[in-house]
Design a protein around this ligand. Sequence first.
Ligand code: CTP
Ligand code: MG
Length: 389
Amino acid sequence: MTSTWAIILAAGKGIRTGLSTPKQFLPFRGRPLYWHSALALSRCVDGMVFVFNEEFCERERERIGTLAFLDNLAIPLRVTSGGSRRQDSCRNGIGEIPANCGKVLVHDGARPFLCPSLAIRVRDALGPSSPCVVPAIPPTDTVKQTCEGNPRLVERTLVRERLMACQTPQGFMADILKNMPMDLDVTDEATLAEKMGYPVTLVEGDGDNIKITSGRDLKLLVQGENLIPCSGFGYDVHKFGGERDFILGGIRIPTSLTIAAHSDGDVLLHALMDALLGMASLGDIGRHFPDDDPQYEGASSAMLLDHVMDLLVSANTIVTHVDLTVVAQKPKLAPFADQITRNVAGLLNLDKARVNFKATTEEKLGFTGECRGIKAYALVTGQMLLPSS
Ligand code: CTP
Ligand code: MG
């Protein structure tokens, strides 16, 4: 007897949502988004492979264990790391399916509204004469093809009656996937089957089975959710004159001034981390990274921030905006504002428009005015999913 397995692709970065958290991890109905796909697919497969970006594999492996227990999901669940392109992630997923697997359903982890009946329709339509099955719906808009190199000029109008918009899960006889060519750039696996000369069969899709893609789609996740706005404030000070280089927001500032600190002395990222932890009601950086712990001696604040972002995901909290202020008499920071903004946005995986950086002096007053040190304030806003009471 051959078995059917599902591969849930969840290794993307979710850039188009403009959020700090990759969309597959967003909290939705008390679970991470990708888990909803698993719940629907679990009704029609014998096992499942989750593909995550390598940095999230350990965290999610643990979480999947808990969720499977909570939701009584008693089939084999495997986790593997993804690749830079979608088909690389799929290929890694295939590597985890057992040898007796005959049919594979490949699904986007960002399609949480999948209903089991659609997955069953795809699975049952698969067979030797239909080795690749794709759910699809007719487009409602007229679709025009544009000229190569000029997306504003129409080359021709496609005949709408012959067009179909394709969804996932896409079903494959396992051998096809195992032999997929890797040199083509595609946006779904069925294109690879098509290029290999296999017939691709369509079954009726579902208009509700949308892929969360843009910021606008996020509204669908918020409806009926217990999401509340939240904010966090952070403040930090460092003395000048120590051994550390002058690093601010992860950027090395060329100056003769040095910083005294246990970690790398990035006052701005420290204030930011405190604000993020505050927003998620998780205490402060001292609690998570004690400054008498030798492992944090000279620690990179960017790495600590990465860990804080993981904690935020576990606390069902997402960042939407960050406002940062540095107070220093010297050096002049305005020339670095753009670089710092970009770097912080990158560290938070936020669009640059959602990060604001400013610097000010204290008019030669106090310890910053006397050039004895530097301070930073951070204000972050976001959303937190509260457990339903
Ligand atoms: N995906 C993946 N590995 C990749 C790229 C994408 O597993 N290298 C997954 C995504 O996690 C998602 C699905 O493929 O579940 C559909 O891709 P898409 O909507 O493009 O997601 P992202 O690539 O994450 O989003 P964006 O393109 O906006 O960055
Ligand atoms: Mg993508």
